[in-house]
Design a binder for this molecule. Structure first.
Ligand code: 0RA
Length: 637
């Protein structure tokens, strides 16, 4: 370091300033983005610190408040961040945590038993990216306070009064010069806080929104832990057994919690977590769950002679048909691997979790023979259906890209074989399909007309789904296969565009298609290959000038603007009423059309919505539709 500067600042001071500057210069490196995602990441970073304290066994309450001035307050009743002087840094430990990169998580050594490391960029990053931040700590009988501006303390930490409690309260205003906009999504915050409350049973987490005159508030506390989580996930289905099977055990420093319940739909829903972090890519804990469940059910089914000596074992996927399960482990040094660092890699976890399940679930089966027997019988049925499905599936599998004869007859394919420039329109009805076939650009646009409604896959098993001609045509045309066979590299079109009428039937067909894609070809949605076409509702001609209107609300305003005289109007009640040229210029032409990309912001929420919309309980569907009647457009996205 430069000697002259060292006279004014000490070395640590310079380190701090350089650190904060680095964060402010490249915020995305620390929080992923400066859009909405990054903004919410900031909040979760602060919450995670309080959660870690609760996981270590200190504190039972966490409060998150969105204040009127858009600052955020997170408070907890843990031990309070230590305030004593840090021996090397010559300032309070609190200030070290808030100003030095990566001083958060590991700090305190012994203090933390388990830490939710993934987000762990630390409070200093939040501080650096806030216009101001104020921290209050109650401990050692006192109340301490300190304020910062863009990460730099306004003055040293001071004791400002007495307190009989302990805890930490951090209030911060994300910096408007760094974030695109300071808009919080209440539902997004509520979902994650609810999830954290499920994952930390007994912990009370409150969310309060004071931005508007009427305060909004939710409190999450679940004494059942992830058993309540499974009930919540299955709330719109009939569950079996009526209460989820619940296992909780600590062994060799690995605290394991598992809950599972079967339900009336056919899909498999498994969410796994390590140290409160969703392990989207699975890992050793999830593998352990799957292999133990498979082994146990097979052993049990053989003992009951449900599978005979000369018969093969039941497969894991048959045993997991219709299951909802949540697996949560808390361990000392979680290793996160995989493309998105969401696969748990710790090898020791596999044996521990498998051992816990074999003994605990084995014991449950002994105690509840009727439940165990039903699970075995259900798996046998699933296995039969899978055999039938395999036969049907073989018909949908394109053996080789050149065997065009395998493509469905109704498909008007494009000339290009380069998927990255090709798109397919899935069109409602033969007549609209006809217009689309004539109007399209044959080089890179394919058209697949579907007749009428496709099957509701939420209420059918795979064999029945694969017997459905419309669905088979769709699978073959896309080329990827489905479920476990799914292979994204075989996708024949990088834009899959759903084009249905702008009426109730059209939106029903669109939901049916999205349900199928979500349940059986989910990566197509999460990787962003699915789009919704936006056909116009009106064509208005005045003085030989043509205008298309795409939304009902636009009509009145537009007619007022241009006046009614000499104006002719055509109302398209369906795609079929457009001729090929009209369809081309409004909906197909890449230069002028708009298409909406279907996005999956939250898989758990999406799962819920599809169950509600397409499952067999009427009540939740009615409630949902009543609640969302006014923003139907959001349903698709
Ligand atoms: C380090 C050590 C100790 C507590 C904490 C950090 C702590 C950090 C945060 C962040 C938000 N809330 C928090 N609560 C606690 C333990 C210190 C001791 O031994 O008392």
């Amino acid at each position: 370091m430069n000697d002259k500067i060292a006279g004014v600042y000490d070395e640590h001071q310079i380190q701090v300033l350089e650190g904060l500057e680095a964060v402010r210069k490249r915020p995305s490196m620390y929080i992923g983005s400066t859009e909405s995602r990054g903004l919410h990441h900031l909040i979760f970073e602060v919450v995670d610190n309080s959660i870690d304290e609760a996981m270590a066994g200190f504190g039972k309450n966490i409060d998150l408040v969105i204040n009127k001035d858009r600052s955020i307050t997170v408070s907890d009743d843990g031990r309070g961040i230590p305030v004593g002087e840090h021996p090397q840094q010559k300032k309070s430990a609190l200030e070290v945590v808030l100003t030095i990169l990566h001083a958060g998580g590991k700090f305190g050594g012994e203090g933390y038993k388990v830490a939710g490391g993934l987000h762990g960029v630390g409070l200093s990053v939040v501080n650096a990216l806030s216009s101001w931040l104020e921290v209050e700590v109650e401990r050692e009988g006192k109340l301490f306070r300190q304020r910062y501006k863009q990460g730099i303390p306004e003055s040293p930490l001071k004791s400002v009064g007495k307190s009989a409690n302990t805890g930490t309260k951090i209030t911060f205003l994300p910096d408007g010069t760094i974030f695109d906009e300071i808009e919080y999504d209440y539902n997004l915050l509520a979902q994650r806080l609810r999830e954290l409350a499920f994952l930390n049973k007994g912990l009370k987490i409150q969310l309060t929104d004071r931005r508007h005159d009427a305060e909004k508030k939710d409190a999450f506390i679940f004494d059942g832990g992830i058993s309540s989580f499974v009930s919540f996930l299955n709330k719109n289905k009939e569950g079996f057994p009526p209460e989820p099977i619940y296992i909780e055990k600590e062994k060799e420093n690995c605290w394991t919690e598992i809950a599972l319940q079967y339900h009336t739909a056919y899909n498999e829903v498994i969410y796994s977590f390590a140290n409160n972090i969703r392990t989207q890519e699975g890992g050793t804990h999830e593998l352990a769950f799957k292999s133990a469940l498979t082994r146990l059910v097979n052993e049990y089914a053989r003992r009951l002679n449900i599978i005979k000596d000369n018969q093969d074992n039941l497969q894991g996927e048959d045993i997991r048909e219709s299951i909802t399960a949540v697996i949560s482990v808390k361990i000392l040094n979680p290793q996160f691997e995989g493309q998105t660092k969401t696969r748990l890699g710790n090898a020791e976890v596999r044996g521990i979790v498998e051992g816990i399940l074999m003994s605990e679930l084995g014991y449950y089966f002994e105690q509840n023979p009727a439940v165990a027997k039903l699970i075995c019988e259900k798996a046998v049925q699933a296995s039969r259906a899978r055999d039938a499905a395999r036969k049907a599936r073989e018909l949908t599998r394109r053996k080789n890209a050149l065997e065009v004869s395998h493509l469905p007859g109704k498909l008007a394919d494009c000339a290009s074989k380069d998927a990255s420039e090709s798109e397919i329109f899935i069109v409602e009805g033969d007549s609209a399909g006809g217009s689309a076939k004539q109007g399209r650009d044959r080089h890179f646009q394919a058209v697949l007309p579907l007749r009428g409604k496709i099957l509701n896959v939420e209420k059918a098993r795979l064999d029945k789904i694969l017997a459905n001609v419309e669905i088979r045509a769709l699978i073959t045309a896309l080329g990827t296969g489905i479920g476990d066979d799914f292979n994204i590299e075989k996708l024949r079109y990088h834009k899959v565009i759903i084009m249905t009428d702008a009426d109730v039937d059209g939106s029903h067909i669109r939901t049916l298609l999205l349900t199928f894609l979500f349940r059986y070809m989910e990566p197509l949605i999460s990787l962003g290959y699915i789009y919704i076409a936006q056909p116009p509702l009106y064509k208005i001609t005045k003085n030989k000038q043509v205008h298309y209107l795409y939304r009902e609300e636009e009509l009145d305003r537009f007619m007022q603007k241009i006046g009614r005289q000499g104006t002719s109007m055509q109302h398209f009640k369906g795609l079929g009423e457009m001729n090929p040229e009209q369809l081309w210029e409004t909906t197909l032409d890449r230069e002028s059309r708009t298409i909406l990309k279907v996005e999956l912001s939250d898989a758990i929420l999406a799962n819920d919505i599809f169950t509600i919309l397409m499952g067999d309980k009427v009540e939740p569907r009615r409630n949902f539709i009543e609640q969302h009647a006014l923003d139907v457009r959001n349903l698709d996205i």
